[in-house]
Design a protein around this ligand. Structure first.
Ligand SMILES: [Zn+2]
Length: 508
């Protein structure tokens, strides 16, 4: 006798995103028992599992997909955006300053803003003088969207400049402009890190935000924070409505090794991922490491971590049986990552971002057992007259983030947002409607990057990423079919389900 289901989601257009996905719905309903999918079928067939205690959710014709997995995110940042001044998408400096002034009035201590993007206006970073208008008594910091650069006021410079590497404090005629890059930011980061209780508030806010965007799992990049402990606290208290995979920053490697943590250790909801390092910086900050100079400056970018250190780290991480994940944006950096992985024995080492790609690197990325952890949303900067046109020039702009070319060549793609913004449908829209054909993916392939592709990057392909019997009951219900609209980014998320529990419902 078949047991009754705990939950039935019915009257939907179910897309399992398994092989053979055509964009036409392949089932109407799913049944869930103990958090696992036990039937994917017609509404009629699934109704046989409807018992007296079964919760039945009427999808009212909506599109049901596997839940989105954001393979590269920073949940503390998402929480910060929710709790501090959110400068993302702001069109002019004055509006940034207005938001920072509001934040000043509503808070004590540090006045923080996150996510500004000077390419929205003339390209000038916020300055010390502008931020001195917010306060001359409290420290003020406005982080650029990529977090590799921040603008600060005089209070910050007076208090911390002597602890910062001189080369990372930008000056004009010998005077600091208020613009800080890379290692100069570390000092500030320590100062503004929340305690465990504060972290729990940030992570709760970030989790709510993720669920509202259809996200059921994240690969979180953590560094010097209470997040790993707080996630486990939340897991024990049954407060996690996300599956969290923790990628530890390289400065935690010794601690991870000593504590006996290894990739894939963990619970149903919190798992150990890999060890992450930078190699280079960002295109926006002209710190991504290129083989040819930037188009708008006679520079080739920086090694944020020197190549020899990266090679040694990969060897150590690989020998320990941990997954490695390397931030590499410029073509030189991508080449370094591939070289470093050449002698690795472990599987599924990852390269994060993979933006400035040469033809010879496409081949290597396709041939090697490496996961390309890309951000389709970054194609927003690859538009005509966009940031990448300025920084990289025409040829490298249209060759950047070549997701279609990489997939066609046989590369393994996993998609994440890097929280710019943390919105899978926005990213999917960007690659489906990409500026150049090599950057373009079909709707199905783009969705797979955010589902089965991301699941694979997290060794989760046997339980996540597709709607199949035996998999975890993680779903997103969309108000419209992404195969049948020109505005994928504009589709409303109707409902998010994790382990059979409705964790977000737009109707409430
Ligand atoms: Zn990142």
């Amino acid at each position: 006798m078949t047991q009754a289901a705990d939950v039935i989601l019915t009257n939907g257009a179910v897309h399992p995103l398994t092989n053979g996905e055509t964009g036409a719905p392949r089932a109407e309903a799913v049944a869930v028992k103990d958090g696992t999918i036990v039937r994917v079928d017609s509404a009629y067939e699934v109704d046989f599992l409807n018992g007296v205690e079964t919760d039945v959710v009427d999808l009212e014709g909506r599109t049901l997909l596997p839940g989105f997995i954001d393979a590269h995110t920073h949940m503390v940042m998402v929480g910060r955006y929710a709790a501090e001044a959110d400068l993302s998408g702001v069109a002019d400096p004055q509006s940034c300053l207005d938001l920072l002034a509001n934040q000043r009035d509503e808070s004590e201590g540090w006045v923080l803003g996150f996510g500004y993007d000077e390419s929205n206006w003339g390209g000038d970073y916020l300055t010390r003088d502008q931020l001195d208008n917010i306060s001359t008594e409290r420290p003020v910091v406005a982080y650029r969207e990529d977090m590799h650069l921040a603008s600060v006021n005089s209070v910050v410079l007076n208090g911390y400049q002597d602890q910062m590497p001189t080369g990372d404090v930008r000056t004009e005629s010998g005077e600091p402009t208020g613009v800080l890059v890379e290692d100069a930011l570390d000092v500030l980061w320590d100062e503004i890190s929340p305690d465990p209780a504060g972290m729990r508030e940030y992570l709760r806010a970030a989790q709510d935000e993720a669920n509202s965007l259809g996200i059921t799992g994240v690969h979180d990049m953590v560094r010097q924070s209470h997040a790993p402990r707080v996630y486990r606290d939340m897991d024990m208290d049954d407060e996690l409505s996300l599956r969290v995979r923790i990628n530890y920053w390289r400065d935690h490697l010794d601690a991870v090794l000593e504590a006996g943590l290894r990739t894939n250790h963990g619970s149903d909801r919190v798992q150990v991922g890999g060890i992450k390092t930078f190699t280079d910086g960002s295109i926006g900050g002209r710190t991504a490491r290129l083989s040819e100079p930037y188009d708008d400056a006679d520079e080739v970018g920086d090694w944020v971590v020197d190549p020899e250190t990266v090679r040694e780290l990969v060897e150590q991480v690989d020998d320990a049986g941990l997954q490695m994940t390397i931030h590499a944006i410029g073509d030189n950096a991508i080449e370094l990552a591939l070289d470093a992985y050449e002698s690795a024995d472990g599987e599924r080492h990852r390269i994060e971002h993979v933006e400035v790609v040469r033809d010879d690197l496409v081949e290597r990325l396709a041939d090697d057992d490496v996961v390309v952890s890309a951000q389709p949303n970054f194609l927003k900067w690859a538009r005509e007259d966009g940031l990448y046109a300025d920084r990289l020039g025409e040829e490298r702009r249209t060759a950047s983030n070549p997701l279609g070319t990489l997939l066609a060549a046989g590369a393994t793609l996993a998609f994440g947002s890097d929280c710019m913004p943390m919105d899978p449908l926005f990213g999917i829209d960007q690659t489906v409607n990409a500026p150049a054909s090599g950057q373009e993916l079909s709707v199905t392939d783009a969705l797979r990057g955010y589902t089965s592709g991301a699941a694979y990057a997290g060794f989760d392909e046997d339980r996540l990423g597709t709607i199949e019997e035996g998999n975890c009951a993680d779903f997103v219900a969309l108000a419209e079919s992404p195969w049948e609209t020109d505005d994928i980014a504009g589709i409303d998320v109707s409902m998010t389900v994790v382990g059979g529990d409705v964790v977000y419902d737009a109707r409430e």
